[in-house]
Design a protein around this ligand. Structure first.
Ligand code: SAM
Length: 233
């Protein structure tokens, strides 16, 4: 099994029934007052998704954000875990044009070429290594329509200023030194760990694959710890 296959398989024991987010519901102050989900919806989803949109969500989990895509023409959710594990269809009504695929690689073969005009991914790429992010950005490019609007939340040590939170995240790995943990942004998977490659490295991949960066942090206020990069094909 190669590194990325191992990474995808590493999530099997986690988030049974979805994360807390779909269990708790919409809030202006989750995670100790660090995330305003309603504002994230307003800034990153509301004006970009309509009844004409063909939406892709990477790491749709238990379907929390998917509820905001129910108005779309089509929806594809890709996730490392099965829909049953995430209880996805318990929360998202089955509709024509709405599909969920459990992925076993980063190839995006589940998607038709030139088919997606909006991409959203929140609380997912922080769990994906730098090699995984590279593979996704490379393989997504032909699947997106020209002008597709994309929002991906990532982990960045320059924004994540909660040292106790960082120590808790580091404890999921074998690291005992924060700098070593940050530097290990392409390391081995462990316990739903985070990878802190940060905006600059992520944006250099966007440049490399020909995307246009619109905003290096669309959740500047709504997420106090992690940036969401807005970019366009
Ligand atoms: C912390 S949960 C977040 C779920 C959802 N986005 C939310 O905010 O409620 C992370 C999700 O990303 C999925 N995931 C992790 N790596 C992935 C990958 N490479 N491709 C697709 N999904 C992935 C996990 O299986 C899990 O469902």
């Amino acid at each position: 099994m190669n590194k990325l296959e191992k990474e995808l398989k590493s999530f099997q024991p986690f988030w049974k029934g979805g994360t807390n987010r779909p269990k708790i519901g919409w809030s202006r102050m989750t995670r100790g007052g660090t995330v305003d989900e309603i504002m994230i919806y307003e800034d990153c989803i509301k004006e970009f998704v309509s009844s004409d949109s063909n939406v892709l969500e990477i790491g749709c989990g238990g379907g929390f954000w998917t509820q905001k895509f129910l108005c779309a023409k089509t929806f594809v959710g890709l996730d490392a875990l099965s829909a049953e594990h995430n209880k996805f269809w318990d929360r998202v009504p089955k509709k024509d044009g709405f599909e969920y695929f459990q992925v076993s690689d980063f190839k995006c073969n589940e998607l038709k070429d030139d088919s997606i005009d909006y991409l959203f991914s929140y609380d997912v790429f922080c769990h994906i290594s730098y090699s995984g992010a590279r593979e996704y950005l490379k393989n997504l490019y032909p699947k997106l329509k020209k002008g597709a609007q994309c929002f991906i939340m990532i982990a960045d040590k320059n924004k994540y200023t909660d040292v106790n939170g960082l120590k808790r995240l580091m404890a999921r790995t074998s690291h005992t030194n924060l700098q070593e943990f940050f530097d290990d942004y392409d390391g081995d998977p462990a316990n739903g760990r985070w990878y802190f490659y940060g905006s600059e490295r992520f944006c250099s991949l966007l440049d490399e694959y020909g995307y246009k960066i619109i905003n290096k942090d669309s959740t500047k206020i709504s997420d106090k710890l992690s940036p969401t990069i807005h970019f366009e094909k």
